[in-house]
Design a protein around this ligand. Sequence first.
Ligand code: AMP
Ligand code: MG
Length: 418
Amino acid sequence: MKTNISLEEAQTLLLALAKPVKEGYVSLFDATGRVLSQDIQAGQDLPPFAKSPLDGYALQAKDTEKVAQLGSVKLSVIEEIRAGYLPAKKVTSGTASKVMTGAPVPAGADVIIKYEAVERNGDYITISDILNAGSNIIQAGEDIKKGETVAYKNNLLSPSLIGLFAGIGLSKVPVFNKVRVAILSTGDELLDPAQELQPGKIYNSNLHSLRALCLKLGTEPIAFGIVADKQAVTAERISQALMVSDIVITTGGASVGDYDVVLDALKQMAANIIFWKVDMKPGSPVIAAEKNNKLIIALSGNPAAALITFNLIVVPLLKKMMGLACQLPLRISAVFADNFPKQSPQRRFLRGRIYRQDEKNYIKLTGEQSNGILKSMITCNALIDIPANSGPLCVGQKVSAVLVGNIDERTAAVLPGL
Ligand code: AMP
Ligand code: MG
């Protein structure tokens, strides 16, 4: 068992062990946020036929050459073609068909002129422009050609990709299954927020914050309840959780206290302990273990520590299991717009908010930084990475941060209403 390893080593070790989950098919209605498990080739052209981009008249461009000598040409209108209906007639020299936006281009026509550019009298139109063949026609396959690869394995299914699949007549897509994440909350002191608070007890917030993060990421969290600080019970619950999930996340009891039983519970289960403790603050007591080819990650029970280590260690792992190609969080450099008077003998992650001002990135602290403080996670969109043996930080210093949320342009970094 490795111990006191760096965050990067922890990430690398786990990413090497994590495998994407099995594959299946989902309908487009259920595809948002899922990850493709195969490349996708278009089975047909998009659009499937040449069509009109506007309301106008389809005709032969060569008929308009006479405009040069005559000033205008007159064509007879032979039919009206609506979107969704096929033309009945062929356009020949001297004729035109009225077309609506989205209507198929009739045979014989090679150009479309918009309504506003012609003069209509009865069954005739008068045109005063010389037109080029091909203009104002959306050719079949102009967007996507049959056989073209439109998306690749490991692509996240975005709204535009889902729309494109619909456009080429794909109603079911091959995706990686949802990663089932069992979440166990260990601690004798924990109560469910629906229960009445008892003396000495606290509400279980970790389950809810981690479950929400899992949902946001597109995984399927399984709330596995509260487990007492007892080794045998903890081992039993983790074993049960392993049977119904792809990965088990526990919080609490991962440190060195008398009632921190998770490490011993994992040993009792004969799980292979990969590492214990990561060199970072908050959240150093992380345990990673493997049993039956499934990973178990035990995090500190401190609410902020649990969220921070979940973001830095568990999220990349889940992304790999989801089938995503890009797993590690983005790093951004920013100007520190705050003061942090403490020394950092150990590597430290500070909760901050990156914002853009005058085309530069700035970052402010989001509030109290101690382990148990959850409030400063609310507006946190980046974790400032302070190397070990750093002194106090002051305004103007350049820092590196790991992005855990969205950046915005607002300068009032930590104000209510943000
Ligand atoms: P532990 O990691 O078990 O030493 O717990 C560290 C701190 O986090 C203690 O103050 C616990 O009471 C608290 N804690 C543990 N689990 C949770 C939880 N699920 N929700 C909220 N606080 C917790
Ligand atoms: Mg505890």
